[in-house]
Ligand binder design. Structure first.
Ligand code: ADP
Length: 491
């Protein structure tokens, strides 16, 4: 395989900026590309929350600017080079756009920033200008989600005659169709693209009378991927999963492939995790028990040996099944269980969890923060991890849970269906507990089976170990991306 120059464009990348799975993936995948011998540059915005001193960012270009929205707009470019992983990160800075207390949502109104379109148009344009300035010609431009989706359109119009990008091919990865970057139709002009890219001809960006950034990317990128094979099928077949884009996706079926996300085991592995108090391995699980004792003390929950501790770490949004928890709460907390929840998001779910906590103070503790260290401690301490998602493009927490011996109870949807094998009590095989319907009783039935299995220590240990032995490292998934990149780069 020849060496490729891969440009990654995203709104997040761990460890610099991360609100969920997207950040984890863009943090890990480039490292694997580099390890496999390719040259990778990752571009993300220079958010105010990214500490220049902590990450030792180096200003590489002082005076950059581009023409957008009828004016010349300055920006900065900072670099982080990791000599160990060989990945270069670049940060596009413009304080007015990116120096804010949060990435996408205004914490005061709880709504998306009204200029999110301008912010990411500017970001995409600045990325293209920056690689030109660096004189670094990418073979493949790998785009993530709606924030990077205008780039194929820019390459086909603004830069159509630009020799610099002539051999560049684009791949757009969909991490979640629930977020498409939809704006009022009159905002299309902010992209400064030919009218026919909205109406007529390709109609790439038009979506029920509005402008849809993700749709523009889905129509115009050379290849499309999403983050699990099952989600790739689901999003083409129904509007529930396709979120209105199922037709476009079905049309591009030949160019769409599902590649499962991997896990960065340098960060998420109980044998080397520095964020957990006690480390452990599949051969010696005693540290896991100590992690549970520590977390229960921290959470001020009484330690009950017979009760499995259920962990949940997720955004508090409709996607993640919190309404099922609401419906099931009485029956759930009547069971011999305890629960620790960590999440941020909708106030209605904050309120719900506070109410349940008040009702069952010795059974539930809920934390409302984005706290990475606590997330690691919950993964290590919990016995069961619950993910009753309405939809789940891939899901990473069930993969982390498997590695941490924390048995996942999941709905059979998207990446959850691809990665967790339902426990078969007759054959004594499986790595978790799976339910089908998006339904409170179906969820309770699966939790009930898990709680019953927890009481049978030999069976339980078998399930725990089967999960810990599964391997979801990035290597094989990265190779699938690279095969795709090779194929289009050569064409
Ligand atoms: P999504 O990307 O839909 O949010 P994933 O399961 O793919 O869901 O990824 C979620 C990632 O974000 C995981 O790494 C998880 O640990 C992390 N995460 C989510 N909420 C929190 C939180 N409140 N505190 C710390 N980490 C969180």
């Amino acid at each position: 395989m020849s060496k490729l120059r891969i440009l990654e464009v995203a709104s997040e990348a761990a460890p610099f900026a991360r609100t969920g799975g997207l950040g984890d993936v863009v943090g890990a995948l480039p490292k694997t590309f580099a390890k496999l011998g390719h040259e990778v540059k990752v571009f993300i915005p220079r958010y105010g929350a990214i500490s220049g001193t902590e990450h030792k960012l180096r200003k590489i270009e002082q005076k950059l600017s581009l023409r957008a929205f009828g004016q010349s707009i300055p920006f900065t470019l900072e670099q982080h080079h990791d000599s160990r992983t060989k990945v270069d990160h670049y940060f596009v800075g413009n304080p007015a756009y990116f120096d804010r207390t949060s990435y996408y949502v205004d914490p005061v109104t709880g709504k998306d920033f009204p200029d999110n379109d301008d912010r990411f148009i500017f970001f995409c344009r600045a990325v293209l200008e920056s690689v030109k300035r660096l004189n670094w010609r990418p073979d493949v431009i790998h785009l993530h989600d709606w924030q990077a989706s205008p780039i194929p359109a820019f390459l086909k119009s603004t830069y159509a005659r630009d020799e610099f990008f002539r051999s560049a091919r684009t791949v757009l990865t969909i991490h979640n169709l629930g977020y498409q970057g939809i704006f009022a139709a009159d905002r299309f002009k902010r992209l400064e693209l030919p009218d026919e890219m909205f109406y007529a001809m390709t109609g790439a960006f038009e979506f029920f009378g509005k402008v849809n950034f993700l749709k523009g990317g889905l129509m115009l990128a050379d290849k499309l991927t999403t983050v699990s094979p099952q989600y790739a099928r689901e999003i083409q077949s129904t509007s529930e999963f396709g979120c209105g884009l199922e037709g476009v996706l079905a049309e591009r079926k030949a160019d769409l492939v599902g590649i499962l996300n991997g896990v960065d085991y340098t960060t998420w592995s109980p044998s080397r995790d520095k964020k957990i108090p006690y480390r452990y391995t599949v051969a010696n699980l005693s540290g896991k028990r100590k992690d549970k004792v520590e977390l229960m003390q921290f959470a001020r929950l009484p330690l009950r040996d017979s009760a499995p501790l259920i962990g949940m770490i997720s955004r508090l949004t409709d996607q993640k099944g919190w309404d099922l928890l609401e419906e099931a709460s009485e029956k759930l907390f009547a069971m011999n269980i305890q629960m620790v929840v960590l999440g941020t998001g909708d106030q209605k779910y904050v309120g719900l969890l506070k109410r349940i906590e008040q009702k069952y103070p010795d059974k539930l503790r809920a934390y409302f923060a984005f706290d990475d260290a606590l997330a690691h401690r919950i993964e290590a301490a919990a016995d069961i991890f619950l993910m009753p998602s309405r939809w789940e493009p891939c899901g990473l927490n069930q993969l982390y849970s498997l590695k941490y011996g924390t048995v996942p109870v999941v709905r059979k949807v998207g990446g959850l269906a691809d990665t967790v094998v339902d426990f078969d009590s007759k054959k004594q095989t499986g790595t978790g507990f799976v339910f089908d319907e998006y339904d409170a009783d179906a969820m309770l039935e699966a939790v009930g089976r898990a709680v019953a299995a927890f009481a049978r220590k030999r069976t339980w240990t078998k399930i725990v170990k089967a999960g810990m032995e599964r391997d979801f490292s990035w290597e094989s998934s990265a190779k699938r991306y690279l095969e795709l990149f090779e194929r289009i780069a050569a064409s």
